[in-house]
Design a protein around this ligand. Structure first.
Ligand SMILES: NC(=O)c1ccc[n+]([C@@H]2O[C@H](COP(=O)([O-])OP(=O)(O)OC[C@H]3O[C@@H](n4cnc5c(N)ncnc54)[C@H](O)[C@@H]3O)[C@@H](O)[C@H]2O)c1
Length: 352
């Protein structure tokens, strides 16, 4: 069996994450390169061969057959190309690139150099997302008319280089890459329009709040919103269909599926006065009409990403994350920035 011998370029947060947590047969973390001696000291303690500020020696190391790019976003392109030219396979952290042209160059050179290249869109395997995918694919709440994918963090600050445009900072280049990837994997339809409201609440250079609405040609739509300072967390997912509602509260996949015993619960005969004012619509359902069910069970693990790598390396199957899918997410992001500037919903010509 051919094995993955991974050299990690950039031993910061994600460099640490991959090499500490990925325990998969056939995957070995063998070396690390960074500019920061403290980060590399950790790598060395973990048994990885350290390359301090010596990328040429790192790329020339014949013990490495795959380079993991966990450097800041603006460096992905140059190092993916360097890795390909050194004959190394590439696992690239998201966002793969900061524009489609750069991504095309990376994939073209990887192909020319006959190396494997896949982007780490690990959140395709998130439990909360897999539950929603199952609800959607298996029609568990009937015809869906509203999907909300929401994240409100509470720490307000972006971390280090994420605050600055020149490094590919901002929340669009950070979390939205995952959330859009999930949305397009969930709703497999051509996109009609993309609308975005982008704000700089605490950051001066980059967006740290966004609301995105993607409308699909078949009539479906999804609203994705994310702030860095939302002190009362909203449910991670809200999905509403004509036969039920699903709430997934957090990444842990906790929540419920709500249904009613009658397909269309009967309205009370008279308007009532309650805190909503005089109303029929907002009278609570009669006792026993609302039924709360468990969410569907799912089995999922981020490690499946690496298991898939070992399979592909050994000629079994294809990558789960397709480069064409990554490219389409980048096209959506380009439309998001255009919408953010113009305030308009942007027709998504990419899918023509
Ligand atoms: N997939 C995910 O769930 C996920 C989560 C967080 C971050 N990321 C991505 O991972 C990448 C890294 O993010 P992070 O949070 O680990 O950043 P980080 O700042 O914690 O780590 C980056 C590391 O790269 C090093 N570095 C910078 N320039 C270098 C160079 N020229 N050569 C070698 N090393 C260099 C830095 O010293 C630092 O140790 C980003 O692209 C980010 O978007 C992905």
């Amino acid at each position: 069996m051919e094995e993955l011998r991974v050299g990690v370029l950039g031993f910061g947060g994600m460099g640490h994450y991959h090499s500490t947590n990925v325990k998969v047969p056939g995957v070995h973390f063998v070396a690390a390169c960074d500019l920061d001696a403290e980060q590399l000291a950790d790598a060395e303690k973990m048994g990885l061969k350290p390359y301090l500020n010596d990328e040429d020696a790192f790329f020339a190391d014949s013990g490495i057959n795959t380079v993991l790019l966990t450097v800041p976003n603006h460096l992905h392109k140059q190092y993916a190309i360097k890795a390909a030219k050194a004959g190394k396979n590439i696992i690239c952290e998201k966002p793969a690139a900061l524009c489609i042209e750069d991504f095309d160059e990376m994939t073209r050179i990887a192909k020319e150099c006959r190396v494997l290249f896949e982007v780490h869109q690990n959140r395709r395997w998130d439990k909360d997302f897999r539950i929603i995918k199952k609800v959607y694919d298996e029609n568990l709440v009937g015809n869906i008319f509203n999907i909300e994918s929401t994240l409100h963090a509470q720490n307000c600050k972006l971390h280090g280089w994420h605050e600055f445009k020149r490094f590919g900072g901002g929340m669009i280049w950070d979390w939205s890459v995952h959330l859009i990837d999930q949305a397009l994997f969930l709703i497999q339809d051509k996109i009609d329009t993309v609308y975005a409201d982008l704000k700089r609440v605490f950051c001066t250079e980059v967006d740290d709040y966004y609301k995105i609405i993607i409308k699909f040609r078949g009539g479906q739509s999804i609203t994705i919103s994310h702030s860095t300072y939302g002190l009362k967390p909203a449910p991670r997912w809200l999905v509403m269909g004509d036969r039920g509602t699903v709430v997934v509260e957090t990444f842990a996949g906790d929540g419920h599926l709500y249904k009613t015993t009658e397909f269309v619960p009967k309205l009370p005969p008279r308007i009532e006065l309650n805190p909503a004012g005089p109303t029929r619509s907002f009278i609570p359902l009669a006792p026993g009409v609302l039924v709360t069910e468990d969410l569907p069970a799912v089995e999922t693990s981020w490690l499946d990403y690496y298991r898939n790598w070992v399979d592909v390396l050994n000629g079994k199957g294809e990558f789960k994350i397709k480069n064409e899918e990554v490219r389409r997410v980048l096209a959506v992001i380009e439309a998001i920035f255009e919408s953010g500037k113009t305030g308009l919903a942007i027709p998504f010509k990419y899918d023509n």
